[in-house]
Design a protein around this ligand. Structure first.
Ligand SMILES: Cc1ncc(COP(=O)(O)O)c(C=O)c1O
Length: 336
């Protein structure tokens, strides 16, 4: 039986997602093979990691009889786009809040990419002028929920703050099970998994799932949202909380389990740097693979830097976990 079987879940994602070899990128970087886990192919209005996470948020929303889902995120958030898609598919209303997290961005950032899709998917869009005020953004969501209740609707809020349980991470506990089954059935050999680490639901969910399943496969999280000194305790906390959600309050990630790379984050969330630009081009031109400027481009840049600089041993076979995000490419056109 699956570790998450007792939690309400609405199937939304295509899974298992494929694992593909990347011979050209592997050769370009030298060293052992690099593979890619295609969570950009989960379906749900252009795919991404949030499809797996939303299965549990919508499971909880449905269990509570909700008819509206409310969520906050960056203007080019994939989470908002996919929440709007899930709500549409399930016949629910969706209200999303765009936070101004990335300064000095142009018209396409505010109108194209995920924002265009948010509109097509029928979400009601609210605006929040600040980007680094999680508590304030959550309070604004609660106010929207209050207004919905006054209209007789039943809202379910997906909060941003760390004080809310990491329900979505359960989707990545499932993904850990999926990965181990694929390694077994496809005869794969993998020494390291690399994944972008933002809210931490993906990173902590995978790590918790692997630990609970008795696997020692290391997971390296690449900071895309906050620096390493903040992300490390966040992932440790999330792993314990996931354990508690699954009836395993003893679950803890050791210092050795917590692998975090903060070297590619600068100049900050949603801001392109040269290494990320190069990673986007290299993936596209070697493998016909699209990675995004905010999340997967940075994770791939960390992989490239690790392989070139020796931080990732040349003989380590690496699985790059592609978490999606490609619609944001259009929002960043002027910079690309
Ligand atoms: C494409 C993509 N990759 C990675 C992440 C980070 O995932 P998490 O928030 O689970 O750490 C996000 C988060 O929004 C995302 O949209």
């Amino acid at each position: 039986m699956s570790l998450t079987a007792e939690h309400p879940r609405v199937p939304l994602s295509h899974r298992p997602t494929p694992i593909e070899r990347m011979p050209n990128l592997s050769a370009a970087l030298g060293g052992a093979e690099i593979l890619v886990k295609r969570d950009d192919c989960t379906g749900l209005a252009m795919g991404g990691n949030k499809a797996r996470q939303l299965e549990y948020y919508f499971g909880a929303a449905r269990a509570q009889g909700a008819d509206t889902v409310i969520i906050t995120g960056a203007v080019q958030s994939n989470f908002l786009r996919m929440t709007a898609a899930a709500a549409a598919k399930l016949g629910m209303a969706c209200e999303i809040q765009h936070e101004e997290r990335v300064s000095s961005m142009g018209v396409e950032y505010h109108e194209s990419g995920n924002v265009l899709l948010d509109r097509l998917l029928g979400a009601k869009i609210h605006h929040f002028p600040v980007g680094e005020d999680e508590a304030g953004a959550d309070r604004a969501l609660d106010e929207i929920a209050e207004r919905c209740r006054a209209e007789g609707r039943k809202p379910y809020v997906i909060h941003l703050g760390i004080d809310h349980p990491p329900i979505g991470a359960l989707g990545y506990v499932d993904a850990a099970e999926e990965l181990l089954a694929q390694i077994e059935s496809e005869g794969l050999e993998i020494d390291l998994v690399i994944v972008p680490s933002g809210s931490g639901a993906t990173h902590a969910g995978l790590l918790a799932g692997l630990l609970l399943l008795g696997s020692r496969l290391p997971v390296l999280g690449v900071c895309v949202r906050r620096e390493e000194s903040l992300q490390r305790p966040r992932i440790a906390r999330r792993v314990s909380e996931i354990g508690a959600l699954l009836g395993r309050p003893d679950l803890q990630a050791s210092d050795g389990d917590l692998r975090i790379d903060g070297s590619i984050l600068a100049p900050g969330y949603g801001k392109l740097n040269e290494a990320t630009q190069e990673a986007i081009q290299l993936a596209a031109r070697c493998e016909g693979l699209l990675v995004d400027p905010v999340y997967t481009g940075k994770a791939l840049a960390a992989l490239i830097a690790g392989r070139r600089g020796g931080g990732i041993p040349r003989d380590a076979r690496v699985l790059f976990w592609h978490t999606g995000g490609t619609p944001a490419l259009f929002g960043y056109r002027e910079l690309l």
